[in-house]
Design a protein around this ligand. Structure first.
Ligand code: 13P
Ligand code: SF4
Length: 362
């Protein structure tokens, strides 16, 4: 690994971040019969409207369950985009955060894209406004602009490539082999990780995820002493010192796959705990342990659960299906530009699948 790192000398403050506990406390409680009635109504609305659900692993167990029961798909941000793009439903209902709904619309202009809430932001997206980002790109015209999927449609429109954490290392490796220098935004931790793994020449935007930023290396060290046999699984949006302690660094899907394939009976996981639902399904005999976010004497705000992901509920899902509100709209000018960089991501991902198949490792 190399140690060079160039991070932009300014950052955009992200303020008014909601607390996850307050968001969860505001979600209506239902007794079992009300819950059954709510789920039945959602199912019939989905059918009536030729709609399919696409949900992220960080949403609630309730949402993941109904998504799978109704023929929808629960996955990471890359596969959410791929599924929405390939499915024949005329309405996609995206349970996640806004950039996921926007990505669906960029790829599927002919489909209606709804979200249970349009207030579900992402600190990476909020910390990378298009005006400042464009100026930064203009100052570095010699660099290929690669942005993480956790960005607005406008920022995607300014980029050469969009990428998600599942294929980011491979894409930057590929660009590096072509002799390209990279401007990377917005996540500095993910950017720094890729830079160290690939040795590519990268200039990093100074953004971060408020959830993964809270994982603490010292407290993690103490936990590892308590569970010496545990494997450490870390999402690359985490700070460098936490990544350095990992046995596996990967996207949400890669973390779930590792839970299934690693021999360790105990797994310490540094990512949003919404993922535990799927991990426990694929590895029911394993003990899944939350990586610490508090640290000695400190407190957490998100406490390993994204406040914006937590805003998605069965109630606002039913409401959006009934009203047709919360539809994603993107101006055609922006969409067409954003489609180029987003389509490059899908094409690159497909070329990787082909390589895996041609090497017989599938
Ligand atoms: P994945 O692409 O790994 O699902 O990550 C999305 C995300 O927002 C992680 O915080
Ligand atoms: Fe954004 Fe972090 Fe929430 Fe993922 S977990 S959506 S990166 S704020």
């Amino acid at each position: 690994m190399t140690s060079r790192s160039n991070i932009a000398d300014f950052s955009i403050p992200v303020t008014n971040v909601p607390r996850t506990d307050s968001i969860i406390a505001a979600i209506p409680m239902h007794n079992p019969s009300e819950r059954r009635a709510l789920i039945a109504e959602i199912k019939s609305e989905l059918k009536r409207q030729n709609a399919v659900l696409v949900a992220h692993y960080y949403t609630s167990a309730d949402l993941q369950e109904i998504t799978e029961e109704t023929g929808g798909y629960v996955s990471d941000s890359l596969d959410m985009a791929r599924f929405g793009n390939e499915h024949s439903a005329s309405t996609l209902v995206v349970a996640g955060v806004r950039f996921m709904g926007e990505t669906a619309k960029i790829l599927n202009p002919e489909k209606r894209v709804l979200m249970p809430t349009l207030e579900a932001e992402c600190s990476l997206d909020l910390g990378c406004p298009v005006k400042e980002f464009s100026e930064f790109c203009d100052q570095h015209p010699d660099r290929t602009v690669v942005v993480y999927a956790n960005t607005s449609a406008e920022v995607k429109a300014r980029a050469d490539y969009v990428v998600t954490s599942s294929i980011a290392v491979k894409l930057i490796e590929h660009l590096d082999e072509e002799g390209k220098k990279v401007l990377w935004a917005p996540d500095k931790h993910l950017g720094r990780y890729i830079e160290r793994v690939t040795g590519a020449d990268m200039l990093l935007w100074d953004g971060s995820c408020i959830v993964h930023d809270e994982f603490k290396s010292r407290a993690l060290g103490n936990l590892i002493e308590q569970y010496p046999e545990a494997a450490i699984l870390v999402h690359p949006e985490s700070p460098e010192e936490v990544i350095d302690m990992a046995d596996v660094v990967g996207s949400t899907t890669q973390i779930i796959n590792a839970a299934q394939t690693l021999p360790n009976k105990q797994l310490i996981v540094a990512t949003d705990k919404g993922i535990f639902y799927k991990m426990q399904q694929v590895a029911p005999d394993k003990e899944i342990i939350e990586a610490p976010t508090g640290g000695a004497g400190a407190t957490c705000r998100s406490c390993a659960h994204c406040p914006w992901m937590a805003m998605n509920s069965l109630d606002n899902l039913l409401s959006v299906l009934k009203t047709g509100g919360n539809e994603i709209h993107i101006s055609e000018k922006i969409r067409i530009k954003a489609l180029q960089s987003t389509q490059r991501m899908l094409d690159f991902a497909r070329s990787l699948d082909t390589q895996v198949l041609s090497h017989g490792n599938a």
